[in-house]
Structure formats: C-alpha cells, structure tokens
Design a binder for this molecule. Structure first.
Ligand code: OAD
Ligand code: ZN
Length: 257
C-alpha cells in the first residue's frame, strides 16, 4: 500500500499505464471545482433542500414549481466550465488508456472537456421531456418562460409535468445505459472513482462489480467514503489537483516504454 502522495501518484499511474481497460466512474465531487455544489458533505445541497421534495419524482408530481425553483437556483449560480479533472480524464481517453467514463452527473462537463464515451447513469440536462405525452423539448423552447421564472408547460398536451431528462429519486435509471455501464465495469482491469460518496444505488454497485472481477481500484475523493476498503489506492483531496499529476506520471511512464 502506497503512503505518501507521490507514491500514490506513481502507483496509480502504473496501474493506468499497464491497464488494457481502464474505466472511470464519477460523481458530483468532480464538478465541485467547476463551481457546482455537491449533494452531500459539508456544503452539500441536501443540507439546504429536502431531496424528497425537490429531487424525487413524487415531489415533482406534487409540486413541479418547487422542483423548478430549486433547479433554477442551481443553474443561475453556475456558468460552469470543465475543470482540470475533467480534462485529465479526457486526455487519458485520448491516450487510449481510459476506455469509458461512467458518470452520475447530469452537467455534461465530461463531454465538454472532450470525453467521447460517456455513460450518463442519471441522464443529463441536455433535453426536457413531458411526462404525460413524452414529447421532447430543447431549452430554447422554453427560454422566454424560464426567464420570467415561470414553469414550462407542454406545448403539445398542456401538461405542467415537463422536466429535464434527468433521473429523479424514485425513477428507474435508463436501462440500456445501466446495462452498458455494468458491462464496462465488469470488463475493467483498472477502475478509477472520482468525487462520489458511493451511497446512491444502483450506481454505487459498479465499483463493487469492478472489484469482484479483479480490477485494480483507485479512489480520489475529498473525504472518506463507505467503500474505501475496496480500493488499492485512496487519495483524500481535490480531483482537479490530483488527476493532472497522475496524467503527467502516466505520460512519463509511456515515454519510457
Ligand atoms: P455526493 O454529493 O454524494 O458526493 C460527492 C463527493 O465528492 C463527496 O464525498 C465529497 O467529499 C467529494 N468531493 C467534493 N469536492 C471534491 C473535489 N474537489 N474533488 C474530489 N472529491 C470531492 O455526490 P454523488 O456521489 O455524485 O442523484 O451523489 C450521487 C447521487 O446522489 C447524485 O447523482 C444525485 C444525488 O442525489 C440523483 O439526483 C438521482
Ligand atoms: Zn405533453
């Protein structure tokens, strides 16, 4: 087990450089340095908001306005751009090392940083959909409404149950994406988790699947998680500081081969 930060960076880089099938799994913590608040932890959103009310499908059905007020506050505060952690992961993919990114995030920052193969377990904010007639919309379709802090109403069936295509508590995950993410995790020989408390299922199952299929496990998180014991290398720190160092070390190793 590596102890010092430099040892851990070397060891992680060796694991990644040697791997044939490295897979990255991310959560809200990777976007924290982009200014997007996390859900849990000290300044987590769930300290301020009740997830049952603003982030569950039952809550949305009961009161779509509360969901929209929460979402609008989130979006107003963030003109988020990818940070060095997102770029480091995209670079590892470009180098042929990372084969897939599985994310619980809905912010699309991995794609904007250049990652190509991204599995979005909880959907994304790219599009909206009417829960009643299934019609899909882009944000432009409602831009006037949202500017006036009104909530979207389906232009097709008149329903107020129009929401971004993100997974709320109480909703199933998109089944094809989940199936593919399980397959990627099973095949992984190196599995790198970044910025997740690993408490929300079924997403949090994936590191265990990778581990039980023999993957070398690396964790980068600001604080300890419930699953630290399954990892070979554990960093407690900021993803945007640690990941670029790992990439530099991978490059050094690759240039020697
Ligand atoms: P959480 O908010 O539960 O966990 C984020 C983790 O990132 C915490 O353990 C932080 O310590 C850590 N963290 C914070 N800043 C960091 C940094 N700069 N570098 C590295 N780590 C950092 O987020 P998730 O695990 O993604 O689901 O949460 C899972 C799901 O719960 C979300 O997808 C969302 C939420 O409710 C739904 O809404 C369905
Ligand atoms: Zn509709």
């Amino acid at each position: 087990m590596a102890n010092g930060i430099d040892d851990k960076i070397k060891l992680s880089a060796e694991i990644l450089a040697k791997s044939k099938n490295a897979v990255v799994f991310t959560g809200a913590g990777i976007s924290a340095e982009s200014g997007i608040p996390t859900f849990r932890g000290e300044d987590g959103l769930w300290k301020k908001y009740d997830p049952e009310e603003v982030a569950s499908i039952q809550g949305f059905r009961r009161n779509p306005r509360a969901f929209w007020e929460f979402s609008m506050e989130l979006m107003k505060n963030t003109s988020a751009e990818p940070n060095p952690a997102h770029y480091a992961i995209a670079e590892l993919e470009k180098m042929g090392i990372v084969k897939a990114v599985i994310t619980q995030n809905i912010d699309m920052l991995h794609q904007r940083a250049g990652s190509k193969k991204v599995y979005e377990l909880h959907g994304s904010i790219e599009k909206l959909k009417c829960l009643d007639c299934r019609k899909e919309y882009s944000w432009e379709d409602f831009s006037d409404l949202l500017q006036n802090s009104d909530i979207p109403k389906c232009k097709h069936c008149g329903s107020y149950y129009v929401k971004p295509k993100v997974v709320l508590f109480g909703e199933p995950l998109p089944s094809t994406v989940l199936y593919q993410a399980i397959e990627e995790s099973r095949r992984a020989d190196a599995f790198l988790v970044v910025g997740s408390s690993l408490v929300v299922y079924p997403a949090a199952e994936l590191p265990y699947i990778a581990k039980s299929n023999g993957a070398k496990m690396i964790l980068i998180n600001a604080e300890s998680t419930v699953a630290d014991h399954i990892f070979d290398v554990v960093f407690y720190g900021k993803a945007g500081e640690i990941l670029p160092k790992i990439v530099e070390e991978v490059k050094r190793i690759k240039s020697r081969i």
